[in-house]
Ligand binder design. Structure first.
Ligand SMILES: Cc1ncc(COP(=O)(O)O)c(C=O)c1O
Length: 381
């Protein structure tokens, strides 16, 4: 079992009864270190668990469910930790709040800080940050500190600045509240599956917090006595940033940092700040790691969009790519969970433009019908 700095008097009474009305993340306040519902105004958590018939059929996976974390206030699972950290920062009277981010976390923090009235500082790597996400951070009023170095350099600088200026750090590697908030996704899945955990769960891994927190959540349900066993948890890394997958394959709990080459920025982390807890968490569930190519991630984004109407970012679709790559290595596990961590709407560089079609036509019915008839399966005269 995991060790976290937070202790609860675990019992079924900490878990909300089915009739309890509160929706969203604060529904789980008895398993959170603080209840921020009176301070934090944005609706967070309570994202849908979706069974997508066309995707299930395409993959031959009748027990597949997706937890759609694209439905948070800024479209990623970062919104959970932002809510808890902003509430904590307000309670502590922090003068400002800061983070380092590959993009989504900073957008989330910028929005959350705006909602509670805190100045936000977003440290990002100038090499990898998406210009569209910088625009979003600014739209929410944040100051963007664009560091001419990799994400890891932006992270270290943000920690140093917080220590020097007394700002509140929302960094997942140093603020234990991030795991506390992110574990609530496991609670929701358990409740949405009819108070049962899945058999196997696929999660994307960058810094490792999302995965480690999911496992902590599952373990707390077991400790509360409402779940009897953990799902097997499969960490999915991009081939171009797979230090933890490599360490796991070698049976080690330490890794050799790599320079990320993947286009999937959210998981493009060569030296993860939460790597060890993630490696240990996968071990505790008897799970494993899989790696996926950028092409496989692109295909997962496209498949999800065209068969399920769900537009994910590359990092957000990586777990689905992992579940596809892992086909054949599942031993009779029926309830398969895939965590979709972020929307594709924020950064349109990676839209799957090879599918669908655009017909440029004159404003004339005959021309439109002629163009339509040339389409595959088109209906023309
Ligand atoms: C969409 C998305 N998915 C997955 C991740 C990786 O999560 P973690 O760093 O907690 O492993 C990120 C991190 O930025 C992300 O933005």
């Amino acid at each position: 079992m995991s060790e976290t700095p937070y202790r609860y008097a675990y019992s079924p009474a900490l878990v909300p009864a089915p009739g309890e009305p509160e929706a969203g993340m604060w529904r789980w306040r008895r398993l959170l270190p603080l209840d921020g519902s009176d301070v934090y105004p944005l609706a967070v958590g309570g994202t849908p668990l979706v069974a997508l018939p066309r995707l299930r059929a395409a993959l031959g996976l009748p027990g597949l469910v997706l937890k759609d974390e694209t439905r948070g206030p800024t479209g990623s699972n970062k919104d959970r930790a932002t809510a808890l950290c902003c509430a904590d920062a307000v309670r502590r009277g922090a003068p400002a709040i800061a983070c380092a981010s590959s993009g989504n976390l900073a957008v989330s923090l910028a929005a959350g800080a705006a909602a509670v009235g805190l100045p936000a500082y977003c440290f990002v790597s100038a090499r990898t940050v998406s210009p569209a996400k910088v625009d979003l951070m600014r739209a929410y009023g944040a100051t963007v500190v664009r560091v001419d170095g990799p994400y890891e350099a932006a992270y270290r600088l943000s920690e140093q600045v917080c220590a020097r200026l007394g700002w509140y750090s929302r960094n997942t590697g140093s603020n234990p509240l991030a795991v506390q908030a992110k574990k609530t996704v496991a609670f929701e899945v358990w409740e949405q599956l009819g108070r049962r955990l899945p058999d196997v769960a696929y999660l994307p891994v960058g810094d490792g917090t999302t995965l480690a927190a999911f496992v902590v959540g599952c373990e707390e349900l077991v400790r509360c006595g409402v779940a009897d066993r953990l799902p097997r948890v499969i960490g999915v890394q991009a081939e171009g940033a797979a230090p933890l997958a490599q360490a796991f394959a070698a049976g080690r709990l330490n890794w050799t940092p790599v320079e990320s080459t993947t286009f999937a920025d959210g998981i493009g982390v060569g030296d993860p700040f939460f790597g060890r807890p993630a490696l240990e968490a996968v071990r505790r569930t008897a799970g494993e790691f899989v790696t996926v190519s950028d092409d496989a991630i692109r295909e997962a984004v496209a498949l999800l969009a065209r068969t399920a109407g769900l537009l994910a970012a590359p990092a957000g679709a990586a777990a689905l790519a992992g579940a596809i790559a892992h086909q054949g290595r599942r031993a009779g596990e029926e309830r398969v969970l895939v965590l979709v961590t972020g929307t594709g709407l924020k950064d349109q560089r990676w839209l799957p433009r090879e599918q669908g079609a655009v017909l440029d036509v004159a404003p004339d019915l005959t021309a439109v019908l002629a163009a339509l008839s040339e389409q595959p399966g088109g209906q023309g005269d």
